[in-house]
Structure formats: structure tokens, C-alpha cells
Design a protein around this ligand. Structure first.
Ligand SMILES: Nc1nc2c(c(=O)[nH]1)N[C@H]1C(S)=C(S)[C@@H](COP(=O)(O)O)O[C@H]1N2
Ligand SMILES: [Mo]
Length: 502
């Protein structure tokens, strides 16, 4: 491979086409052997796991639920940049580019092996991906060099080869996506029937005044998880193993679960990453089997302290045994949400829901394993600096007016929500510009595990104002004004909004 170097544009085009071939082939093979092994997703998932905690917290705060889109876009930009670089360094010879493909292929294989949720067959995806990329790169280089000799025939050959690679990559990528969509999960979901939820009790929200609706529609329910691609599991393939410090080990199928006593309970879930005033709090009517029933059947040994739960994608959480065993706690192995089978993003076929504890210690989605053990065994988030135990802190939020809103001066309605799961909300107060606290009117209490809405009518003089709220729970605890960050066990402080009246 000596002769004249390739032109820049041709060298870059070859490299980009080879990268497309690698991604397309990898995605297609992954769809067959193990969807999460798609090179793109495997690298993204590894990036998520390796990202230092402060950056992750920043991404969740700044981009919210779009954080994964931002990651995927960022990865696309980086990959495109690498492809251009690979082309530019390979103008004289194909070798630098081939070495780059080998290195990234090796990294892909290593990333796949390092993921606890991917089986051995998953290695086929990055391996085929690297092979396709290398082969296309080498081949197109040869064709381009021949066409570089200037004959019209040579140029035509290069265009045909390049076009074939582009079309083949697109077909492989689309084929992979179609295969992924036809994995039977939707069919499996629609085979599960869940009764419609009861009507929302009268007076449970003040949605007309600007509070959220008492129940959060599934599509609006907040979502927080470490999965770049939602794990897709058919209920027929699902098993739950209950083991560790138990009298007898259990393995339950989905049908076993459906045959058990089912309990329905409306529960407000909250994420520990929720900033004061943040959006990661939602309410749904869940249906499932009390975790207590299953634990009693397995027989909990003396000395067991936590139930260590694992999801199909290798995420782990630890929930205190005494919480799960408390009879009136309604901790559930949930399979129904707001009258539907659990949506895939919320953990289909089965997830945990535990009233009163932040989600990361109590709400494992795509649940497959419950191990009774002692505290001290670190979970996914504990390893990243979050607390071992995390009861939800009493909080309140102003939903109307929105921050920096311009509102008419005079009489105005301030409305919001407050929660103190398992304890109950007794009082919410608001004040303007640090003045006297005024009581807000509370919505009907549905149960102690759900949020309560509130509103108050205030008189606002023209000008800028700071409105604050604070809740008092049934234990008599009034929210502290002291601001602490979300790490390690949940934020505190009063929510405040600035607005301008005129
Ligand atoms: N498998 C799995 N389960 C998980 C998580 C996760 O990342 N993976 N995140 C937890 C966290 S931090 C929260 S707050 C809740 C969020 O549940 P949702 O996405 O249904 O609202 O799920 C919990 N269960
Ligand atoms: Mo969370």
C-alpha cells in the first residue's frame, strides 16, 4: 500500500462508512443474541457506570429525563469525530484506521464482558461489529486506490461499493431495531389484565388551581434508572428467586404471582435525587402481591436485616426487612400500575414498590432476585456514596405560580403539593417575602402513603415577591429551612419561587 495518498474527502468517507457498517452489524447481531450488547448501548451503559457521581447528579439535574438522549447524542458526536480522525490518519495507508478499529473492537468486547447483565453470547455483537468495520475499511481502501488510478470504471466501482455499504449498514441497523421491537414484550403485557383503578376520590387534588392531578398518568410518571435501553422481559420468562437467610428457598413464576392474594394501593413514589421543588415525585394505583406474604412463606431467619434485590440488568438495592414485614406497610411486588400492566419503563413484569422509602432503596424494577442478608453488602447506589437507609423526608412544593412567572397584582392563588409517606401531612403554610406564615387549604387525605395537595389565596402588591411553603407532618415535624443536598439521603429546605405581580 504505497502510491498516491487518498484525497481527504474519500478517506473520511471510507472511515465513516466503515463505522456505519460496524454499528449496523453490531446492532443486528445484538438484536439476536442480547439487545443490550449493541456496541452503541454497551459503551453508553459502561460510560454511565463509570461516570463520577457528581457528574451524574449534574446530568440528572440539568437534563432531567433527557439525560440519556444527551448521552446518546454526545456519543454520536464523539463517534463521528473519531471516524473523521480515522479517515484523516489513513490517507497514505489503511493501517492506522485498521488499528483504531481493532482497539475499539477490543474495548467493546471488554465492556461487554465487564457488564454483569450480559451473557457470554453477547460478545458476538462487538466481535462481529469490529470484524465488519475492519473488513469494510480494508476493502474500500483497496477499491478507492484502484479508482484513484483515474479510470471512470474505477470510480464507478468505488461508488457502487460505498453505496452498498451504506445501504447494508442501514438495513442491518433497521433490521436490528425491528427485531428488537418484535421481542414479544407487548404481547406478553397485553395478556395481563388489570382492573381499572377506582375513581380519584373527590377533593383529592386541586388540578384546576394548578396542582398536579392526584394520580399521575403512566406516561407522565417520573422515571429514573440506570438503563440506557429499557430491559425487555416477557412475563413468561420471568422468575423471582427468594433465597439467602430463609427457611426454604422459593422460585416464583409470573403465574404463581397472579394466583396469590393481590392487594391494590395508591402510593406516592419519590426519588432521592429530587431537589427541593423538583419533579421526581409521582403517584400511581399499584396492584401486586404483598412482599410480606412471600417473605413469610420463605421464612425469614433471625438476624436477617435487609432484602437485597437485583434486577435483570444487574442493578441492586437494599431494603430493611422490618419495613417489608410490617403488616400495614403495603410493600408490593407490583405488576399493575393505574389499571395497566406495568409499562416496560416502569419495570415490567414485576417491580418492588415500598411506601415511605426513596426509590433507590425500595423500588427495584425488572426484579428477579430477593436475597435475605445482613446490612453491609453494598448496593449500586451505596457504592456511589448514597446512604444505606433512606426514608422519604417530609417535603412540599409550590406548583403555581411557576418560578419567575408574571402574574396580575391583587388576589392570587398559590397551589402545590406536600408529602410525608406513611406519616401523613397535617398542615401546609405559605408566606410572602418572609412575612407571617398563613395556612393553606388541604385536599382530601386518600391514605397516608400519598401526597396531599394544597392552595392558599394571597394578596400580592405590584412588584417582585418571594413565595415560600413548608409542611408539617402528623408526627408534628415541620420542615426545616436548612438546605442540604440530595446526597447522601435526600434534600431538605423550603421550596421558594420568585414571581412578579403587576
Ligand atoms: N432496575 C432498576 N430499578 C430501579 C432503578 C434502576 O436504576 N434500575 N432506579 C430506582 C430509583 S433511583 C427510583 S427513584 C425508582 C424510580 O421508579 P420509576 O422510574 O418507575 O419512577 O426506581 C428504582 N428502581
Ligand atoms: Mo431514585
Amino acid at each position: 500500500m504505497s502510491s498516491k495518498p487518498l484525497g481527504r474527502a474519500v478517506a473520511i468517507l471510507i472511515s465513516v462508512l466503515a463505522v456505519c457498517a460496524a454499528l449496523g452489524a453490531g446492532h443486528l447481531v445484538a438484536a439476536v443474541v442480547e439487545p443490550n450488547a449493541s456496541p452503541y448501548l454497551a459503551v453508553g451503559n459502561t460510560a454511565i457506570d463509570l461516570t463520577p457521581e457528581p457528574i451524574k447528579a449534574f446530568a440528572i439535574r440539568t437534563f432531567g429525563e433527557a439525560d440519556k438522549m444527551v448521552l446518546l447524542l454526545g456519543m454520536s458526536v464523539v463517534i463521528a469525530g473519531l471516524a473523521v480522525f480515522g479517515g484523516l490518519v489513513s490517507q497514505r495507508s489503511a493501517w492506522p484506521g485498521l488499528v483504531l478499529f481493532a482497539v475499539f473492537g477490543g474495548l467493546g468486547i471488554a465492556a461487554t464482558i465487564a457488564r454483569p447483565d450480559l451473557g457470554a453470547s453477547a460478545i458476538a455483537a462487538p466481535a462481529v461489529s469490529a470484524a465488519a468495520g475492519t473488513a469494510v475499511f480494508a476493502r474500500l481502501h483497496v477499491v478507492a486506490r484502484r479508482s484513484g488510478e483515474g479510470t471512470a470504471d474505477g470510480r464507478r466501482r468505488f461508488l457502487i461499493a460505498g453505496g452498498a455499504v451504506a445501504a447494508g449498514s442501514a438495513l442491518a441497523g433497521i433490521g436490528g431495531m425491528l427485531a428488537g421491537a418484535r421481542d414479544g414484550v407487548e404481547a406478553s403485557r397485553s395478556a395481563v389484565t388489570i382492573k381499572p383503578p377506582p375513581p380519584i376520590p373527590a377533593g383529592a387534588d386541586f388540578a384546576k388551581l394548578g396542582t398536579p392531578s392526584f394520580r399521575t398518568p403512566n406516561r407522565d410518571f417520573y422515571r429514573v434508572d440506570t438503563a440506557l435501553r429499557v430491559p425487555r422481559l416477557r412475563s413468561e420468562d420471568w422468575r423471582l428467586r427468594v433465597h439467602g437467610m430463609v427457611g426454604r428457598e422459593l422460585t416464583l413464576t409470573f403465574d404463581d404471582l397472579l394466583r396469590r392474594r393481590r392487594v391494590a394501593r395508591t402510593i406516592t413514589m419519590t426519588c432521592v435525587s429530587n431537589e427541593v421543588g423538583g419533579p421526581y415525585v409521582s403517584t400511581a394505583h399499584f396492584v401486586g402481591v404483598p412482599i410480606r406474604d412471600v417473605l413469610l412463606e420463605a421464612g425469614v431467619q433471625a438476624g436477617a436485616e435487609q432484602v437485597f434485590s437485583t434486577s435483570v440488568d444487574g442493578y441492586t438495592a437494599g431494603t430493611p426487612v422490618d419495613v417489608l414485614l410490617a403488616p400495614e406497610r403495603y410493600a408490593l411486588l407490583a405488576y399493575g400500575m393505574n389499571g395497566e400492566p406495568l409499562p416496560a419503563e416502569h419495570g415490567f413484569p414485576v417491580r418492588m414498590v415500598t411506601p415511605g422509602l426513596y426509590g433507590y432503596v425500595s423500588a427495584t424494577k425488572w426484579l428477579t432476585d430477593l436475597e435475605l442478608t445482613t446490612f453491609g453488602r453494598e448496593t449500586y447506589w451505596e457504592r456511589r456514596g448514597w446512604a444505606e437507609r433512606a426514608p422519604i423526608k417530609t417535603q412540599s412544593r409550590i406548583d403555581r405560580p411557576r418560578g419567575f412567572a408574571r402574574i396580575p397584582a391583587g388576589r392570587t392563588t398559590v397551589a402545590g403539593t406536600a408529602w410525608a409517606q406513611t406519616i401523613g401531612i397535617d398542615r401546609v403554610e405559605v408566606r410572602v417575602d418572609g412575612g407571617a406564615w398563613q395556612p393553606a387549604r388541604l385536599s382530601t387525605e386518600v391514605n397516608l402513603d400519598t401526597w396531599r395537595m394544597w392552595y392558599a389565596d394571597l394578596d400580592l402588591a405590584p412588584g417582585g415577591h418571594r413565595i415560600e411553603c413548608r409542611a408539617t407532618d402528623r408526627n408534628g415535624y415541620t420542615q426545616t429551612p436548612e438546605r442540604v443536598p440530595t446526597v447522601p439521603d435526600g434534600a431538605t429546605g423550603w421550596h421558594s419561587v420568585f414571581c412578579t405581580a403587576r
